[in-house]
Design a binder for this molecule. Structure first.
Ligand SMILES: Nc1ncnc2c1ncn2[C@@H]1O[C@H](COP(=O)(O)OP(=O)(O)OP(=O)(O)O)[C@@H](O)[C@H]1O
Ligand SMILES: [Mg+2]
Length: 300
């Protein structure tokens, strides 16, 4: 059966949980430079870049906490300016800073937050508090940093959002708590209806849970797409300094000179695959990929 034009329109709108088009923000010397990317529903996108690259700025623009100079943003198919209130009911957010009152108990936090949401589910909040080992009678000031992040996540999830937008959710928390958080996010998207957009400078987070990746350097987005596509495009190359001839040097992306060896990326073309002069080549890790790509962008 043929779909009507309006049905196709609705279907298209719902395909992407997040669409950012030619987004620009000027802060004096810093320019978020006409960035575009999309996140298909049901997936996790990691947004990586160095300190000051523009990650929080992008998140704040998506949430209409700052005014853009140009561009458009759709969240769950809705314009982020015109549908701001409706969008807020349907998304969960988390920032690096903890904004709960120190003296609130875990149980009070629910009382303070739930009035903002029409579809708050108290039982779900308490289930998350239990799953995240958050005692209801503990005060915010008595929680560790990881526990505070989990408290904010419980609040972000208790109104059953369709999209989570998280700014550095794993910063400053230990590897075990970080892994638990990544597990929570993985289970959150497992039914294919929910999506996550999170910024990070911890590339192992991308490795573990992101299907899509957006990479930014000094306000310029230089990759946005499937993580595996990017991984397939490059090889990590290593060799001794003496092997670094001019012709090879010109091909290496993010060349890094270590004590006796050099390291960088090379385009994964059939020619590059041929073993040459004992150079070592292999698939890069996400960490190696991001480090060398950002290094290259900084140098051009
Ligand atoms: N309100 C503001 N006024 C002026 N400049 C700002 C403002 N907010 C951010 N900037 C500038 O925008 C640039 C990007 O900052 P942003 O906070 O987006 O970086 P980030 O990628 O989130 O970094 P980090 O990893 O340190 O959190 C910086 O140069 C910063 O100084
Ligand atoms: Mg930031």
């Amino acid at each position: 059966m043929d779909r009507t034009a309006s049905e196709i329109g609705i279907f298209k709108l719902m395909e992407n949980a997040l669409e950012v088009e030619l987004l620009r923000k000027e802060y004096g010397d810093f320019i978020l430079n006409d960035i575009s990317f999309f996140l298909p529903t049901g997936h996790i996108m990691g947004f990586a870049g160095q300190n000051g690259a523009g990650k929080t700025t992008t998140v704040r623009l998506i949430l209409n906490m700052a005014a853009r100079n140009k561009g458009s943003i759709k969240v769950l198919g809705m314009d982020n300016l015109f549908a701001e209130q409706k969008i807020k009911q349907e998304i969960g957010t988390l920032f690096d800073e903890i904004f709960f009152v120190d003296n609130w108990k875990v149980a009070d936090t629910e009382k303070a937050i739930k009035s903002f949401y029409g579809n708050w589910d108290g039982a779900l909040y308490r289930r998350y508090a239990k799953d995240f080992s958050l005692p209801l009678n503990k005060r915010v000031k008595e929680l560790s940093r990881g526990m505070k992040m989990k408290l904010m996540l419980a609040c972000a999830l208790a109104h059953k959002p369709k999209l989570l937008i998280l700014d550095e959710p794993t910063s400053g928390i230990d590897p075990v708590a970080r892994m638990e958080l990544l597990e929570i996010l993985s289970s959150y998207v497992s039914d294919g209806k929910n999506s996550v957009f999170f910024s990070t400078h911890i590339t192992t987070d991308l490795d573990k849970i992101a299907d899509y990746m957006a990479l930014i350097e000094n306000g310029n987005l230089f990759y946005a797409g499937l993580k595996n596509e990017l991984l397939k495009s490059y090889l990590l190359i290593k060799g001794e300094h003496a092997q670094l001839r001019e012709e090879l040097r010109a091909k290496i992306i993010g060349l890094t000179l270590l004590r006796t060896e050099f390291e960088g990326l090379i385009a994964a073309s059939p020619a590059a695959m041929a073993p040459a002069e004992n150079l070592r080549m292999r698939t890069p890790t996400i960490d190696e990929l991001v480090v060398h790509l950002i290094k290259q962008k900084k140098n051009v």
